[in-house]
Design a protein around this ligand. Sequence first.
Ligand code: AP5
Ligand code: ZN
Length: 214
Amino acid sequence: MRIILLGAPGAGKGTQAQFIMEKYGIPQISTGDMLRAAIKAGTPLGMEAKKVMDAGQLVSDDIIIGLVKERIAQEDCKGGFLLDGFPRTIPQAEAMVENGVAVDHVIEIDVPDENIVARMSGRRVHPGSGRTYHVTFNAPKVEGKDDVTGEDLVIRADDEESTVRKRLGVYHAQTKPLVDFYTAAAARGDNQYHKMDGTKVVADVSAEIAVLLG
Ligand code: AP5
Ligand code: ZN
């Protein structure tokens, strides 16, 4: 099964990716997590990406397309994969088509902008795995600690309110056009398109995703 999760910053892509990955046993490909790992490792790509991410802008299509191409070619992606945060521009989506990478399901998680800032201000992440929590909406078992490893949770560098607002602007300008792109593809029978109400509680959104994926 090949799935794309589409949605604004903070819509819950990473949260639902965790659920889908565990339930269906397919790897999550999060371009955001890959870039954060490169930053942590101090690679040239990471150093370049950090400036762009901290400004709430998008990393260049060429870099991202190269990263994803390499990742999808790996053995564990043969049985399917879950794309979280990619594609997020029309050229990225076109690159998938050009490379013959078809998808079965595009799942849009829809959350209005006014809900997003509150979500981001309470987000806590486990840097090693990308597991994501919220201080009130999705609290870890022990405050400030990852459920699986017990390691410390951190606040993401780009979750400051002014940066979140910039990221929302970039989402509407550059990523939202993918809704039409994949709706049109669905009309041609290339993929299925599902729009989910992402304002429901985490478990309800997961339950609805499980119904549509079967
Ligand atoms: P990326 O890491 O992909 O960030 P994003 O798309 O902005 O999305 P987020 O990770 O912020 O949100 P999410 O939808 O995963 O929500 P989450 O589940 O965490 O990208 C970061 C940066 O990298 C970009 O800005 C860009 O610079 C660069 N980049 C990445 N991919 C790129 C690409 N393809 N091209 C170019 N540049 C790229 O949930 C958020 C919070 O809400 C959490 O606290 C969570 O617990 C809580 N929550 C989740 N669901 C619910 C719910 N139903 N109810 C209440 N709270 C909830
Ligand atoms: Zn995410």
